[in-house]
Design a protein around this ligand. Structure first.
Ligand SMILES: [Cu+2]
Ligand SMILES: [Zn+2]
Length: 176
């Protein structure tokens, strides 16, 4: 009996440490069409990595936009009303110019253009230290809107990239 309990104890410790090592999902956003919020077009999931950075896995499934290059940005507000206009402008906590992700200057949610295949599907991952989920942190992404545009970001026009209409929208929510 004692030996059995010891084995059980070792097994639970191994299980617990495996859990703490795994990436933790900390936030997510369900993207829907702005014209019809019952139509899901994608999902963004956010994971906290062991080095403190955050990774977003974005999966698009937007059949009506198949074979097109669509711009994706984080916008200021988590309100998809009025065809996405209620999200207001690009979230810009660092007061930089709009630009291409990874270039000299860009907004912290300038995800950029995503090429959808002939089914309207795409998958991208981005890892960054520009985001956090801490309350009161300038970098906090919780409650921000994610907008999918009907056009392509030129990465130059200020402050929007001239990306066209807002065809998809979601709100980044904490996963507890
Ligand atoms: Cu935008
Ligand atoms: Zn921008």
């Amino acid at each position: 009996m004692k030996k059995y309990l010891l084995t059980l104890a070792i097994a639970s410790v191994a299980f617990l440490s495996a859990c703490t090592k795994a990436e933790k999902e900390i936030a997510s956003a369900a993207l829907t069409e702005t014209a019809d919020a019952s139509k899901t077009i994608g999902t963004a999931k956010f994971y906290e990595l062991s080095d403190g950075k955050i990774r977003m896995d974005l999966e698009m499934n937007f059949a009506s936009r198949a074979d097109s290059n669509v711009a994706v940005h984080f916008h200021e507000h988590g309100d998809c009303g009025d065809m996405g206009m209620n999200t207001h402008g690009h979230w810009n906590p660092t007061k930089e110019n709009h630009g291409k992700w990874g270039s000299a200057a860009y907004h912290s949610g300038d995800i950029g253009n995503i090429m959808l295949d002939n089914k309207g599907q795409a998958k991208i991952s981005i890892t960054t230290d520009r985001w956090s989920v801490k309350e009161g942190d300038l970098k906090n992404i919780i409650g921000r809107g994610i907008i999918v545009h009907g056009g392509t970001d030129d990465y130059v026009t200020q402050p929007t990239g001239n990306s066209g209409p807002r065809v998809g929208c979601g709100v980044i929510e904490a996963v507890k």
